[in-house]
Design a protein around this ligand. Structure first.
Ligand SMILES: [Zn+2]
Ligand SMILES: [Zn+2]
Length: 165
C-alpha cells in the first residue's frame, strides 16, 4: 500500500494525540505569528539539548534540527521550508553569523525563513545563489531552475548589492 507523505504525517500526529481530529487546526495558544529579525548563529537544537539536558541525540540517522541561536542565547528552530533550504544544504550558511528575517510562531518557538543575510566585518551582506548563464538569483544551492547548471554561492554587502542592481 502506498501512503502519501501528507496522509502519513497526519496519521502520525493523530496517533500521538498532537492533533485530535484530522482536518482541525493545530491548537496554539493564540499568540499570533509575527515578523522578527534575529541575529545569531546556526546550531542543532538536539545537540544543544544533549549538552544541557542529556537528550539522546541521533542526528546521524535522524538529521539535524537546525535553529538560530541569538546573541541573547535564545533558540528558534527553522521550519524546514524551501526558503530555509540553504541552511540545510550549505555549510557556508551555517558557519556565518546570520541575520534571519522570519515569521515567528511564538507558541512553537519556530521560525519560517523570509530572508537570510550575514554579518561580516560589521557589514550586513545578502546571501543568495547566482546563475551566470541565465543571470538569475535563487535562494538555495543546486541546479539552476532554468539551465540546470549549478548555481554559485554569493555574499555581497547590502550597500554594494543595491548599487549593482
Ligand atoms: Zn544535530
Ligand atoms: Zn541558469
Amino acid at each position: 500500500m502506498k501512503i502519501n507523505r501528507r496522509d502519513f504525517a497526519s496519521a502520525v500526529l493523530a496517533s500521538t494525540g498532537a492533533i485530535a481530529v484530522r482536518g482541525q487546526e493545530p491548537k496554539l495558544s493564540g499568540a499570533s505569528p509575527r515578523e522578527v529579525v534575529l541575529r545569531g548563529r546556526v546550531v542543532c537544537v538536539t545537540e544543544e539539548l544533549q549538552q544541557r539536558y542529556h537528550v539522546a541525540a541521533d542526528c546521524d540517522r535522524r538529521g539535524h534540527l537546525y535553529a538560530v541561536k541569538t546573541t541573547d542565547g535564545e533558540l528558534f528552530a527553522f521550519l524546514p521550508t524551501d526558503a530555509a533550504a540553504a541552511i540545510y544544504l550549505d555549510e557556508r550558511c551555517r558557519e556565518r553569523e546570520l541575520q534571519v528575517t522570519s515569521r515567528l510562531f511564538p507558541d512553537l518557538g519556530m521560525i519560517e525563513v523570509i530572508r537570510l543575510q550575514s554579518w561580516k566585518q560589521g557589514r550586513l551582506h545578502n546571501l543568495f545563489y547566482f546563475c551566470e548563464v541565465c543571470n538569475i538569483r535563487t535562494h538555495k544551492p543546486g541546479p539552476c531552475d532554468c539551465c540546470q547548471d549549478p548555481v554559485e554561492f554569493r555574499e555581497i554587502a547590502v550597500a554594494e548589492d543595491e548599487e549593482e542592481r
